[in-house]
Design a protein around this ligand. Structure first.
Ligand code: MG
Length: 176
C-alpha cells in the first residue's frame, strides 16, 4: 500500500485514529533547590538539579505528548544551552508543547505517569499533580494517572541520588 507523503508531524487521515507516545526523564537530587513535580512544590525534600526547574514529571509528559504527535522532543524545543530556559517553569514548557501538538491537529485523551523514587511518597500529592496537569493538558483530572514506585533500595534511585519518571500519553485527532 502506498503511503501518503507529508511531514512527520502531520496527522494521518482517519478521524478515529489514536496515537501513543512515551517519555522518560531522570534528574539528580540537589538539596539547594525546591522539589517540584508536575508543577507541585513538595516541601521537606531535596529538589532536582537541572537547567529548568527540574520537574521530571512535566519533562516526561512533554516528551510523551510530543512523541505521540511525532513532533520532536523537549530538548529540541527548549535547549539547555539557552539562557532563556534557565530555571524555566516546566508547566509552561508543557503548555508550549501542547500548543504545538494542538496546532498539528491533536488533543490529549489520557496520560499515565510513574515516578520512581524512594521518597517522597507520591500518593499524598496525586490530586494536586492531577489538577496541574489537567489544566496544562486540557483534559479531565480523571484522565491523568500518577503513581509512585520505590526502587526497593536498588541502584542510584535506591541510594537516593535522584529520581526517574516514565510517562505515556494517548492522543486523538482534535476534530474527533
Ligand atoms: Mg528533565
Amino acid at each position: 500500500m502506498q503511503r501518503k507523503s507529508g511531514a512527520a508531524s502531520e496527522p494521518s487521515q482517519g478521524s478515529n485514529q489514536t496515537r501513543v507516545g512515551i517519555g522518560y526523564d531522570s534528574h539528580r537530587f540537589d538539596r539547594s533547590r525546591p522539589l517540584i513535580l508536575a508543577g507541585v512544590k513538595i516541601e521537606g525534600y531535596p529538589g532536582l538539579l537541572g537547567h529548568s526547574d527540574g520537574d521530571a514529571v512535566c519533562h516526561a509528559v512533554t516528551d510523551a505528548i510530543l512523541g505521540a504527535a511525532c513532533a520532536g522532543d523537549i530538548g529540541g524545543m527548549f535547549p539547555d544551552s539557552s539562557e532563556d530556559n534557565r530555571g524555566r517553569d516546566s508547566i509552561e514548557m508543557l503548555t508550549h508543547a501542547m500548543g504545538k501538538i494542538a496546532a498539528d491537529g491533536h488533543r490529549v485523551l489520557h496520560v499515565d505517569v510513574v515516578v520512581i523514587t524512594e521518597e517522597p511518597k507520591i500518593g499524598p500529592h496525586r490530586a494536586a499533580m492531577q489538577a496541574k496537569l489537567s489544566a496544562a493538558l486540557d483534559v479531565e483530572a480523571s484522565e491523568i494517572g500518577i503513581k509512585g514506585k520505590s526502587n526497593e533500595g536498588m541502584g542510584w534511585i535506591g541510594r537516593g541520588e535522584g529520581l526517574a519518571c516514565m510517562a505515556v500519553a494517548t492522543l486523538a485527532r482534535a476534530d474527533s
